[in-house]
Design a protein around this ligand. Structure first.
Ligand SMILES: Cc1cc2nc3c(=O)[nH]c(=O)nc-3n(C[C@H](O)[C@H](O)[C@H](O)COP(=O)(O)OP(=O)(O)OC[C@H]3O[C@@H](n4cnc5c(N)ncnc54)[C@H](O)[C@@H]3O)c2cc1C
Length: 411
């Protein structure tokens, strides 16, 4: 089954890239997934394959030597990766995100000629790090407190100094901690009465003095992301580290909400994997297991039918919203995006739950991938700022209130 449903709807380039991800996923990532999950180790081996295949540069513009994929193409490729290793897909999204912010999103924003020229120069260096040196980026935005939900300025501060900034702060759940070459952090440009509009997006070199990854990493799921805490202690970062010009991140975030759904593909892939496994298991075709068929029981057939329906509903919303990606979506498109992101995250875990119920006790064994899919899929709904809860909050509010409306104004 193709991750994008009917592959005939894809361009030839999209088909090639998804096929490439499928081959890597099947032959390389899936066989390694259990060990990275058991050891909570970062999949450097998978990233070596992604590097060699060119997929590390999937969203680097072609003019800068990358593959120049748009959002929908990224989404389908990442979902195919997630089908074979959820943790690799999650960290891949964190690597690709700075490319998207700095590339496709920045291209849609207005800049002065001087800002544009400087941005082109800075991003050329970042893109060169990926294309020529195969370096890894990441996106540690989250902090303890209200900033990650978009309710307060970032607590990580960038103090302007000659030639750049001195950055201090603490980022929680920094996927690729200790693995990335650059951490794409959001901080607040230090000034009196700073607000979320003063957010500044910098690529902090992992080797800079004052950067460290601290703490344990022993979570329920997504163990191969190695999302330890990142500490930035008075780190000097040059101006050229900017991934977006000063003052533009808040505008980019408001005008390109699809950037908060870059994890949808991970969970689309896990949803597909839960279905794939169930069919394989009931047909008695799981490698290494006795070829016992269980497909003849009507209850199993109904469960598979229910799973397929949920899977196709999930895929339809996933693909539509990925294809909708663009600057300034209208209210209807924004709400559909929230609905899609919520659906993908929650349905992935629901499908994994149904898969375990249907396959039975043996599917709990660590020797099979299903219990990992169950644990990994639980993590999606917790990713700020678009957790499942916050998607519901926003969807309800935005459905009932038009822009600028309040109850006081109505009464
Ligand atoms: C495996 C994994 C990898 C991750 N990788 C990254 C990464 O690379 N980069 C990154 O930036 N983050 C990453 N995160 C962090 C993630 O995005 C969240 O920031 C994190 O899960 C928040 O956890 P918390 O318990 O601190 O949440 P809290 O802030 O305590 O929130 C708990 C819950 O309360 C709800 N909530 C929070 N704020 C509000 C509000 N204002 N109004 C209403 N409800 C609210 C939300 O539903 C949330 O799930 C990762 C998380 C996981 C689990």
């Amino acid at each position: 089954m193709h991750i994008a449903g009917n592959p005939g709807t894809l361009s030839e380039r999209q088909r090639e890239l998804v096929d490439l991800a499928a081959q890597l996923g099947r032959e390389r990532f899936a066989p390694r997934a259990a060990a990275h999950d058991r050891d909570a180790s970062f999949p450097f081996d998978n990233y070596q394959d992604l590097r060699a295949s060119g997929l590390l540069a999937i969203c680097v513009p072609q003019a800068s030597g990358g593959l120049g994929a748009d959002f929908a193409t990224y989404a389908m490729v990442a979902a195919e990766i997630g089908r074979h290793c959820g943790a690799t897909a999650l960290s891949f999204a964190m690597h690709v995100s700075p490319c998207l912010w700095s590339g496709l999103v920045a291209d849609a924003l207005a800049m002065s000629p001087a800002q544009r020229a400087e941005h082109e120069r800075f991003r050329a260096a970042h893109f060169g790090n990926i294309v020529e040196r195969g370096q890894l980026y990441s996106q540690p935005f989250s902090e303890d407190g209200a900033a990650a939900a978009g309710q307060a300025p970032w607590g990580t501060l960038a103090h302007p100094v000659d030639g750049g900034y001195r950055v201090s702060g603490r980022k929680t759940f920094a996927s690729l901690a200790g693995a990335a070459d650059f951490y794409g952090v959001l901080c607040t440009l230090e000034r009196p009465a700073a607000t979320p509009l003063d957010a500044l997006y910098l690529a902090v070199p992992a080797g800079a003095a004052g950067v460290s990854a601290v703490g344990d990493w022993d979570p329920l799921g997504m163990r191969g992301t190695v999302s330890r805490t990142l500490v930035l202690d008075d780190v000097f970062v040059p101006h050229s580290a900017r991934l977006l010009p000063e003052g533009l991140y808040a505008e980019a975030a408001a005008r390109f909400p699809h950037m908060f759904t870059t994890q949808s593909p991970t969970y689309m892939g896990l949803a597909q994997a839960a279905y794939d496994f169930t069919v394989q298991y009931l047909r008695g075709e799981v490698p290494g297991m006795a070829p016992v068929k269980r497909r003849m029981y009507p209850t199993k057939q109904i469960a598979v039918a229910q799973m397929r329906i949920t899977l196709e509903q999930t895929r339809a919303l996933f693909l539509q919203s990925a294809r909708d990606a663009g600057v300034d979506p209208d209210d209807d498109t924004r709400q559909r995006l929230l609905a899609a992101h919520y659906t993908v995250m929650e349905n992935a875990n629901d499908l994994a739950r149904l898969a375990i119920r249907t396959c039975g006790g043996q599917s709990l064994l660590k020797s099979l991938p299903l219990e990992r899919l169950y644990r990994d899929s639980r993590c999606g709904s917790l990713m700020l700022p678009w957790t499942a809860e916050l998607c519901l909050d926003r969807l309800g509010r935005e459905g009932l209130y038009e822009g600028g409306e309040s109850d006081e104004a109505i009464e």
